[in-house]
Ligand binder design. Structure first.
Ligand SMILES: NC(=O)c1ccc[n+]([C@@H]2O[C@H](COP(=O)([O-])OP(=O)(O)OC[C@H]3O[C@@H](n4cnc5c(N)ncnc54)[C@H](O)[C@@H]3O)[C@@H](O)[C@H]2O)c1
Length: 279
């Protein structure tokens, strides 16, 4: 183990699968103990299958297989009290410190603006923006009390810095996450708590690879499959790739979370094969 975050404690939301699980495993490989949470249930306005309790169990097993400790709970980032309770329990069980926060939990939904119902809009903002603020709010008291500084990495998106047709609520929330980051990076710098975003492009997780998102990219077809969208996916980044993998986002997060990035705060780090720069 090379230990790039050895002895640190990381709190990760949306850790049951996808990028969140990958972040938990990557940080554990480098020596961190983990506090993890996930909804593990369906949100009724989301048009693809969300994570399950078995998924979170798999994350727990993967971290423990690396001989790292993990405190995990099912819960909702819309519930501030739940997050505060979990952070308090996790910090106590894992040695009284909290060094890294990954506000990663999120949903998406591909609808033309006219089809965005008030419920779809509200869930998107409540989870993807207010949930990120809740995550920070629940974490800061423990980070500040430990007095070790720290790194907060918010998961924004390509859609946090660019408009994407048919993703209006998602893009609004992810732009909001960037606004949170810009402000908190300034407020928390004197405490050596750094705040940055990672901005993944299309990433090979269940959030992307599903029928609803295929229809977003191929509105001309009734039931598009992955094969129907592959060419469109590959046309987006400057590099000729259809998507990044979760590990690519995790390696970027690991760098920002580690002391290698000790003076990096207030940035958006795209992991998108050159999509943003070529737009
Ligand atoms: N996959 C992509 O193409 C892509 C691109 C850019 C950004 N992102 C962002 O990356 C992050 C991770 O997504 P992913 O790609 O791993 O998808 P995913 O669906 O596999 O993972 C998201 C996780 O968040 C959890 N979650 C959702 N709502 C929650 C809530 N209210 N409380 C707690 N947990 C909740 C889900 O259960 C799921 O486990 C999200 O913020 C997403 O918006 C994804």
């Amino acid at each position: 183990m090379s230990g790039r975050v050895e002895g640190k404690v990381a709190f990760i939301t949306g850790a049951a699968r996808g990028q969140g699980r990958s972040h938990a495993v990557r940080l554990a490989e480098e020596g961190a103990d983990i506090i993890a949470m996930d909804l593990c249930a369906q949100v009724d306005t989301v048009g693809y299958a969300m994570a399950t309790p078995a998924d979170l169990d798999e994350t727990v097993a993967a971290v423990e297989a690396l001989d790292r400790r993990i405190v995990a709970e099912i819960g909702d980032v819309r519930d501030l009290a739940m997050l505060e309770g979990l952070v308090a329990r996790g910090v106590e069980e894992l040695g009284g410190r909290l060094d890294i926060v990954s506000a990663n939990a999120g949903i998406t939904g591909a609808h033309g603006s006219a089809d965005v119902t008030p419920e779809r809009w509200q869930n998107m903002i409540d989870i993807n923006l207010t949930g990120v603020w809740h995550t920070i709010k629940a974490s800061l008291p423990s980070m500040e009390a430990a007095g070790n500084g720290g790194a907060i990495v918010l998961t924004s998106s390509y859609a946090g810095a660019n408009g994407v047709p048919n993703l209006v609520g998602y893009a609004a929330a992810k732009h909001g996450v960037v606004g949170l980051m810009h402000t908190l990076a300034q407020e928390l710098a004197e405490k050596y708590i750094r705040v940055n975003t990672i901005n993944p492009g299309n990433c090979a997780t269940d959030l992307l690879l599903n029928d609803e998102l295929y229809r977003l990219f191929r509105p001309d077809l009734e039931d598009p499959t992955y094969e129907d969208v592959r060419e469109t996916f590959e046309s987006l980044p400057a590099m000729n790739i259809p998507y990044i993998e979760s590990i690519d986002a995790s390696n970027a997060l690991l760098f920002l979370a580690s002391d290698e990035a000790r003076y990096i705060t207030g940035i958006q780090l795209p992991i998108d094969g050159g999509w943003a720069v070529s737009s």
